[in-house]
Ligand binder design. Structure first.
Ligand SMILES: Cc1ncc(COP(=O)(O)O)c(C=O)c1O
Length: 501
């Protein structure tokens, strides 16, 4: 068999075994052996499942829905086929250790945070973090120190944090146990990771990277540098979001040094099921093999399609899809071109309105919408026909739809975010402490016991443990008046809010 020598951008030569899928092969062997299954799952390879569900899932899939047993290894103490599959992932991504995670990057993030911080420990995080980071901080009992990301006021989206912001926050909190960075953001914006990592390491603490949107970065020099290659200590990637694994399937990669590896493994055990779905685990094994054998070519095509589409969109009057011209702006060090953020402001539509029109009139579903933008992901699953249809539909939309009252309301809100409120308690103490409900309008000065996030823009405006300021309260009410969706508080009308007694 020929030796694989795919030259990835960081110069790794891959071993022959990257063509193998050790976990899937072990599962197939078990099925071919025609073993009588006196074990879980209860549907016994489909025989006990309702025919309607069984026919949807298919006989071959159900035969492979297996459980933990000696020859199929144990995700929590891997020593054979799962270990081999994870080791191949580590080799491919340049990690010292890689771990498969079946409850998404959310699970990986919980474990990463608990691996570096415990009750009362400070960690630095950008304010535009995904809610799983706040969740991890609550579970760990840690104390977040928020760093304000740069905000692009014309687009209304948060970009990266700058090295200067990280430096000044570290100067004020030299006792922090680690720094979390997002690489790249949902919109494909990467911060200057290398400089930030150098800075953080000068304090001898780890850099933890939420790389949910970056499992493909390794495979093209046209993409931002992946966290591990930039020197990060640990990252979690949603293989399912961008590559060929099934939904919920992610990986955590780490390197020796600043991470206590046995503690990380213990935390991964804590956040994952003792009955992980083997088909999902195998999908990680195969997604890794696919990237090792075809990744660079697949990514080349996806990037070309995305760049073609970006160019087309920018010829449509009223639409704008940002690209390399943003590289000179604060908080934007590199861009992932496969993320197409289409600004519909020029049409006088809100992002949500354009999203609904595309779904109902053109059968197109965007990844997300915010105040004035839509986000489309171009991946290794798209074709030239798909992107041509997207561009044609956007051209049609721009011709036929414009100016709404919702848009006027959104514009009145303005895009500048309020300053981060004063932290008083750890999120965990506030969440689990004695609380009471008060009218939101009368809550100013009280300590919030819930997360308040509006979609868009998805950045938490209030976290548990923060003092509710007049500025934040007014901003929340303005967003509510503009019709934005509130997420987090028990009372989603925000008439009341839980505060700490
Ligand atoms: C930046 C970011 N981090 C983490 C997550 C959580 O990832 P998962 O859905 O794989 O749990 C998401 C999900 O959207 C995300 O956007």
């Amino acid at each position: 068999m020929p030796q694989i020598s795919v030259n990835l951008k960081r110069g790794i030569r891959l071993a022959q075994q990257q063509q193998d899928t050790p976990l899937l092969s072990a599962m197939r062997h078990y099925v071919q052996d025609q073993v009588k299954p006196f074990h879980t799952p209860g549907h016994k390879q489909g025989k006990g499942m309702h025919p309607e569900l069984a026919s949807i899932l298919g006989a071959e899939t159900l035969e492979l829905d297996l459980a933990l047993m000696y020859e199929l290894d144990d995700l929590h103490e891997p020593h054979s086929c799962i270990k081999a599959a994870q080791d191949l992932a580590a080799e491919l991504y340049g990690a010292d250790h890689s771990y498969f995670v079946v409850n998404g990057t959310t699970g990986g993030i919980y474990a990463m945070i608990m691996a570096i911080a415990g009750p009362g420990d400070k960690i630095l995080v950008p304010r535009n973090v995904h809610r799983s980071i706040i969740g991890g901080i609550i579970i760990a009992g840690a104390v977040p120190v928020f760093m304000q990301p740069e905000v692009d006021l014309t687009l209304g989206i948060a970009m990266g944090v700058t090295p200067d912001t990280v430096a000044s926050t570290l100067q004020q909190h030299p006792d922090a146990k680690g720094v979390v960075i997002i690489n790249p953001t949902y919109y494909g914006v990467a911060a200057d990771l290398q400089q930030i990592i150098e800075l953080v390491h000068s304090y001898r603490i780890p850099v933890v990277v939420d790389e949910a949107h970056g499992p493909h970065l390794k495979f093209s020099p046209r993409l931002p540098i992946q966290a591990l290659d930039a020197g990060a200590d640990i990252c979690a990637q949603s293989t399912h979001k961008i590559l060929g694994a099934m939904t919920q399937c992610s990986m955590v990669h780490c390197r020796n040094g600043y991470i206590d590896v046995p503690r990380l493994k213990a935390m991964l055990q804590l956040v994952q099921s003792t009955s992980p779905n083997y088909i999902m685990l195998a999908s990680l094994d195969v997604a890794r093999m696919q990237m090792a054998t075809e990744g660079p070519q697949l990514l080349e095509t996806a990037i070309d399609l995305a760049e073609w589409t970006r160019h087309e969109i920018n010829t449509i009057p009223g639409l704008y899809c940002f690209g390399s011209e943003k590289l000179t702006t604060p908080g934007v060090y590199a861009l992932d071109p496969t993320k197409l953020t289409v600004t519909v402001k020029g049409l006088g539509l809100t992002g949500a309105e354009a999203e609904r029109i595309l779904r109902s009139q053109y059968k197109i579903q965007a990844e997300l919408s915010d105040m004035f933008n839509l986000l489309f992901l171009i991946t290794i699953g798209d074709t030239a026909d798909d992107v041509r249809y997207l561009a044609d539909s956007l051209r049609d939309l721009a011709k036929n739809y414009s100016g709404t009252s919702n848009f006027a309301a959104m514009q009145a809100v303005g895009l500048a975010y309020p300053v981060i409120p004063e932290p008083v308690l750890s999120p965990r103490s506030a969440l689990f402490g004695k609380t009471r409900k008060v009218r939101f309008r009368e809550s100013i000065g009280q300590v919030c016991a819930e997360i308040v996030t509006f979609y868009p823009p998805g950045i938490p405006l209030l976290c548990p443990g923060e003092r509710i300021s007049r500025e934040v309260a007014d901003y929340c009410l303005k967003l509510q008046e503009a019709g934005l969706h509130i997420s987090g508080p028990e009372d989603h009308t925000l008439a009341t809010i839980k505060v700490v007694e």
